[in-house]
Each structure stands twice: as C-alpha cells, then as structure tokens.
Design a protein around this ligand. Structure first.
Ligand code: NAG
Ligand code: NAG
Ligand code: NAG
Length: 186
C-alpha cells in the first residue's frame, strides 16, 4: 500500500519567508551603501520662490576616473555655462530671480537668502557645504528671492548653469534649508 504523502504548507511558507528575509536584508545592505546628496534649493511653487531641502535622486557613484578611483562621486547633471563670481564684503544682491536654473557653489564667504513673502531663510557658508541650487527663474516665480553677503570679506562663488534649465531629478525632503545633519552624512 502506498502511503499518501501530504505536503504540509510549512516548506513553501519557509521558502517564501526566507526569500522575503533575504530580499529585505539585501535591500538593507544596499541602502546602507547608498548615499544621497541633499542640497538647499531655491525653488518655486504657486508663483512664489521657496527655500527647500532637495535630495538628489541619483545616489553617489564610486568613481572609476584616474586620480579619484574608488572614491564617492556624485553626478549632478548636464551643465552649459560656468561663471566665477566675486562679491564684495556686505554686498546686497537685492530681490532677483535666478537668471537660469543653476548651481551656485560658494567657495568662500557667507550668503544669506531670504524670501519676500515668507520667513524662510538659508545661510550658506562658503566651503564644503557651500553648494546650493537656484531654480526660481522668472517663468516660475513672480518676485524671486533676496541674497545678501553680510561677511566682512569677499564671498566667491561658481555659478554653474544647467542645460535647458533642467534641474537634476530630486525629491523635496522638506520646506526650509537643509539642516546640518542632512549635509554631513558623507
Ligand atoms: C557595500 O560596500 C562594501 C564595502 O565597499 C562592499 O564590500 C559590499 O559588497 C557593498 N554591499 C552592497 C550590497 O553593495
Ligand atoms: C553664460 O553666463 C553669462 C553670465 O551669466 C551670460 O551672460 C551668458 O548669456 C551665458 N551663456 C549661455 C550660453 O548661457
Ligand atoms: C541626506 O538626508 C538623508 C535623510 O535625512 C540622510 O539619511 C542622509 O545621510 C543625508 N545625506 C548626507 C550626505 O548627509
């Protein structure tokens, strides 16, 4: 007599559970290795300029270029035009639009961005965390933003225009400038 073997649901369940766990752990390991750049942005919503903290969607890559091979490298999109700007001590840039969608990399000094209709403010120190993006061009913001340079020394910056005024793919982490802990996690 042939014994009827009954497949209990346990093995299948265990396989599914194992796969689920494996996927979860792999995703976790991958997430652990994935670093995203967060960047203070002057954006626009409903015709008004905003200050926001953006997270660049593409994570850091590991560079394969000579001289930097093996180190973290963030691709920031296609750019067209680079201008080196020197702002005198206490310069007041006044109310203005971003002339184009552009990165501004403050390399020294201090810049303070305020908005005409909001209390939001961004204070950017030149140096390692001095990269912002300005995207409130006239077609999306009625008034723009105000930039002042309150430092007693010159502020230097590179203005880097994006091709076709297209900002990099990003998500908005929150309203207001990126906080220190959102910049230092490299
Ligand atoms: C994470 O990075 C470490 C060290 O660079 C590497 O050994 C590991 O394989 C990476 N893990 C994943 C899931 O990419
Ligand atoms: C490059 O930037 C300068 C200074 O802002 C501007 O006058 C010029 O029109 C720009 N050129 C291009 C090709 O966007
Ligand atoms: C960007 O923000 C996320 C979420 O707050 C954080 O986990 C990550 O470490 C930040 N990235 C950097 C480079 O600080």
């Amino acid at each position: 007599m042939v014994a009827r073997t009954r497949t209990t649901p346990t093995p299948l369940f265990q396989v599914v559970a194992f796969l689920f766990q494996f996927t979860f752990l792999a995703a976790f390991a991958l997430a652990q290795n994935t670093t995203h750049l967060n960047i203070t942005a002057i954006g626009a919503a409903g015709g008004r300029s905003t200050i926001e903290c953006w997270q660049i969607t593409r994570p850091f890559d590991i560079s394969a270029d000579p001289g930097t091979a093996g180190t973290k490298a963030q691709q920031l999109g296609d750019t067209t035009n680079l201008t080196f700007t020197i702002l005198p001590p206490k310069f007041d840039g006044g109310l203005h639009h971003a002339p184009a969608v552009q990165y501004v990399a403050f390399t020294s000094g201090l810049a303070v961005v305020t908005l005409p209709d909001s209390e939001d403010k961004a204070t950017i120190h030149g140096g390692k965390y001095g990269l912002i993006i300005a995207a409130d061009i006239a077609s999306v913001s009625k008034k723009g933003h105000v930039t002042r340079y309150p430092s007693g020394s010159t502020t230097t910056a590179l203005q880097i225009r994006m091709k076709d005024n297209t900002p990099p793919a990003h998500t908005i982490l929150h309203k207001g400038a990126c906080r220190r802990e959102e910049l230092v996690g490299l």
